[in-house]
Ligand binder design. Structure first.
Ligand SMILES: [Mg+2]
Length: 214
C-alpha cells in the first residue's frame, strides 16, 4: 500500500493570504507578541508548536494553559468569521479536489491528511473547498505539536498493514524536513521549496500520478 499524505495550507487550500495573518493577529491580541516573520525559525512549525514556543517563557503552567486556550479560540473564531465573510476568496490549490478524489479510487493507495493547523480550522478549510473532512483520515496540530508525530498519526489512522511507499505533499521547508526525517518521498507544491520533485499546483494530474507511479 502506498500512503499519500497531504498538508493543507498552501498544499490543498490556498490559504496563504489569510491564515498566517489571522494567527499572528490572535497571538498579538492575546499575548502582545509579534511572531518571527520567518516561521522556519520555530522548532515546530505547527499552530500548537509555535504557540508552545512563544508561551515557554511564562513560568506559571496554569497561566500558560489559559493564554494558550485564548489564542486558539481567538484564532479559530477569526478564521470562521473570515470564511463567513469571504466565501468566494477561499480557493483550492488548483487541482486539489480532483487529485484527492482520483487517488481515493486507487485500491493500492491510502490517502490521509497531516496538517500543522488545529482540527477546528482544518475542517473548516477543507469543507470550504468541497472536501469532506470526515471521509479522509486526518491528524492535526490538535493531536500533536511536532509535524512528524502528526504525520505518523495520520498514517496510522489511514492504514493498518504493510506500507510499501510513503509520499508527503507539502509547501513548506518544514514539510520537506519532516518528510526526510520519516523517509517519505516529498512532493513540493507552490514554488517556495527547492526540491527535485516540485509542482506549482495540483492541476497536472497525469504528471502527478506518474510521479506517484500509481
Ligand atoms: Mg502548508
Amino acid at each position: 500500500m502506498h500512503v499519500v499524505c497531504f498538508d493543507i495550507d498552501g498544499t490543498l487550500v490556498a490559504s496563504a493570504g489569510f491564515d498566517g495573518e489571522l494567527y499572528q493577529q490572535a497571538v498579538q491580541d492575546v499575548l502582545g507578541v509579534n511572531l518571527n516573520p520567518d516561521w522556519s525559525q520555530y522548532k515546530n512549525v505547527t499552530d500548537s508548536g509555535i504557540l508552545e514556543e512563544i508561551l515557554e517563557s511564562i513560568p506559571d503552567v496554569e497561566e500558560r494553559t489559559r493564554l494558550g486556550r485564548r489564542v486558539k479560540s481567538e484564532f479559530v473564531n477569526s478564521t470562521k468569521q473570515y470564511f463567513e465573510r469571504n466565501p468566494r476568496l477561499i480557493r483550492e490549490i488548483p487541482g486539489a479536489k480532483a487529485l484527492v478524489t482520483t487517488l481515493r479510487e486507487f485500491p493500492n493507495v491510502s490517502i490521509c491528511i497531516a496538517t500543522g493547523g488545529w482540527a477546528e480550522t482544518a475542517t473548516v478549510k477543507l469543507r470550504a473547498i468541497g472536501i469532506d473532512p470526515t471521509k479522509i483520515p486526518m491528524a492535526t496540530s490538535s493531536d500533536a505539536v511536532r509535524r512528524t508525530d502528526i504525520m505518523r498519526l495520520a498514517e496510522s489512522r489511514a492504514i493498518r498493514g504493510p506500507v510499501t511507499r510513503r509520499t508527503y505533499f507539502g509547501d513548506g521547508q518544514w514539510d520537506k524536513k519532516a518528510a526526510a526525517e520519516l523517509g517519505y518521498d516529498f512532493v513540493a507544491i507552490g514554488g517556495c521549496v527547492d526540491h527535485h520533485v516540485a509542482f506549482q499546483d495540483l492541476q497536472d494530474l497525469e504528471a502527478i500520478l506518474g510521479q506517484l507511479r500509481v
